[in-house]
Design a protein around this ligand. Sequence first.
Ligand code: SF4
Ligand code: SF4
Length: 339
Amino acid sequence: MEKTRFGKTELMVSKAAFGGIPIMRLNKEDAVRLIKETINLGINFIDTAHGYADSEEKIGEGIRGMKREDIIIATKSPADDRKTFNEHLELSLKRLGTDYIDIMQLHNIGSAGKRDKVFASGGAYEGLQEAVKAGKVRFPGFSSHSNELCLETMKTGKFDVVQFPFNFIDDAAAKEIIPLAKEMDLGFIAMKPMGGGKLDNARLSFRYLMQFDSIVPDPGIEKIEEIREITDIISSKCTITEDDKMEIEKLRAEYGGVWCHRCDYCQPCPQGIDISWVLSTESCEKRFTLERFKLMLGQPIERARTCLECGRCKERCPYRLDIPALLKENIKHWEKVTG
Ligand code: SF4
Ligand code: SF4
């Protein structure tokens, strides 16, 4: 597969990365086979995270015996403080079976509280800087779901790589984030290129994304056919057609604004409900193992049950979502899945 320059990192990465969430659901043997086959297709860029259960270990096993410099590894730490960041980094190195990470991202700088903690004295960013100096990390990055915080964090000039959701139904990044990343020459990883499981048409999704030459999508891959289809679409270099555009508009209209964009404008909630997280119940269920799903959503769902239906969140939501009703729907979905 054709490689592209990944911003100021000067890394040459494949035009799509391998997103490491879905391999959590595979047994080790299948995951390792999938990783090897993916690399054989010309994908040299793998993105995972400390929090994706045994994804890092499986990737480590999948790349064992390969030339380390042929693979670009990106992972993430959700740590707020330096000490926890260092622990996560050491564990990532061990699990991945390597002595350096190409791109280490601070995972989801998505709230002012998180931002203040990671950049405070003794915060995770200090750990990241030290890791770069020590040669354990080549390039610092971060991920976010919040438009404002993402822009603000990019503008600090502290990072070489940014990761943000981007697909044709969640396209806010096209307005300011992607142009700014290009202007600052940052590597941009397009998270959720298929809407986090909402979109099932790879052709449309990737033809849309291919219009943006400075981005690298990282679809979560569970089956070799999925990545084969994506590499075929990218290699064909087909440009988006008028029919594709009409289909995209139709799908956008179908979805309307009726889904959570994880902007967190609805916060704060007097009951401390993590609204955007609870509203992602269905998409999490699709992407994670049942065990992981329960671990991640158990507490937020319990808290969501305490909703007072005060409506404050609803007034603030720019998409006018009926949040109290959606919380109930998601609680119902949780109950159905967890039995
Ligand atoms: S309606 Fe429920 S979720 Fe929304 S602010 Fe009030 S208590 Fe929080
Ligand atoms: S519920 Fe509305 S305001 Fe809250 S995160 Fe989702 S889209 Fe944003």
